[in-house]
Design a protein around this ligand. Structure first.
Ligand code: SF4
Length: 307
């Protein structure tokens, strides 16, 4: 995608509401994901990464910018052609409970995903999908309230797989789960990604999860990408002070810890210059007035410390 932006108007007033500003949730993001690759997108809550994931598959309409998929401009697809893309690209949500209809059995839920895209399915195709995600086939008859968080997320993954997608956006798929089941669901995603050569955009708020799964890593701060590179580059030789702070928060990696100060500033009035300057331990005068541009190839960073 190139220079993708998603702004939300901020209105004031009730009877005569007027636009009083914009929330710049995604503000000029460009990156590529190669076929069969897993890109880990990381950043604190509120940095815009979920909005970015939803905008890529047009669950949110982009304000501007281009989303190219296999040579097709997704950003300009009409409704009919968007249906084709919605089969190619699926999303797995963070909260497995609210993403399932409480009145539908797991089997019906998976069958519904097939039906939406006009795929003929029967009990054997549902059973096959349940087996793929490591659940017994009789789970087809269970309702969401009869399933654990990890089992519900497995149903969510089965629903996504049902339409044989090529691209999956996994939006914090394990962060609502118990620590003990997080690794199982991560391993399942990695196995399925290999088996079906899926392209995966894996969104997470901490780098420890990303480390297990991603080939490449993109770090997002307040609507912008601040660093991108291979997992080896980002984990072994992080450039950006924000990436270093996120890395130092990983348990067991506390040597030279650089704790993050304060909260993520508001995306309505992001800081001028480098958006991270209000929290950056390396901030210089130039950082307060001049926005750093992305530099480098392969391992890229947007920071005045690197030219
Ligand atoms: Fe810190 Fe300046 Fe680099 Fe921003 S540009 S991350 S404030 S050193």
């Amino acid at each position: 995608m190139t220079d993708l932006r998603k702004y939300y108007p901020l209105t004031r007033g009730f009877l005569y509401s007027r636009i009083a500003g914009e929330v710049k949730a995604v503000d000029g993001i460009s990156f590529c994901i190669s076929k069969g690759e897993t890109l880990g997108l990381v950043g604190e809550s509120g940095c815009g990464k979920s909005t970015l994931g939803r905008t890529i598959i047009r669950l949110e309409e982009p304000t501007s910018g281009k989303i190219m998929y296999n040579g097709t401009d997704i950003s300009s697809l009409d409704r009919r052609n968007l249906k084709w893309f919605r089969k190619e690209a699926q999303i797995i949500f963070q909260d497995p409970h609210s993403s399932l209809d409480p009145r539908m059995t797991a089997g019906d839920s998976i069958g519904e995903a097939l039906g939406i895209h006009g795929i003929k399915g029967d009990t054997s195709s549902v059973a096959e999908l349940l087996e793929k995600v490591g659940l017994p086939t009789d789970f087809a008859l269970r309702y969401p309230h009869e399933l654990s968080g990890g089992q519900k997320q497995r149903i969510g993954i089965a629903r996504a797989l049902a339409v044989q997608p090529k691209l999956i956006i996994a939006d914090e798929p394990v962060s609502a789960l118990d620590i003990s089941v997080q690794a199982q669901v991560l391993n399942l995603l990695m196995d399925l990604q290999r088996e079906y050569s899926l392209t995966l955009l894996f969104i997470a708020h901490n780098l420890s999860v990303i480390r297990h799964i991603a080939d490449r890593v993109a770090v997002m701060y307040l609507g912008k990408l601040v660093e991108q590179g291979s997992s080896d580059d980002v984990f072994n030789n992080p450039f950006h002070p924000y990436t270093r702070a996120l890395l130092s928060a990983i348990p067991g990696k506390n040597a030279g810890r650089v704790p993050l100060q304060g909260e993520v500033p508001s995306p309505v009035n992001p800081p001028k210059g480098c958006r991270f300057h209000t929290r950056c331990p390396k901030s210089m005068k130039v950082c307060e007035g001049v926005e750093p541009q992305v530099s480098g190839t392969g391992h890229m960073v947007a920071c005045h410390l690197y030219k």
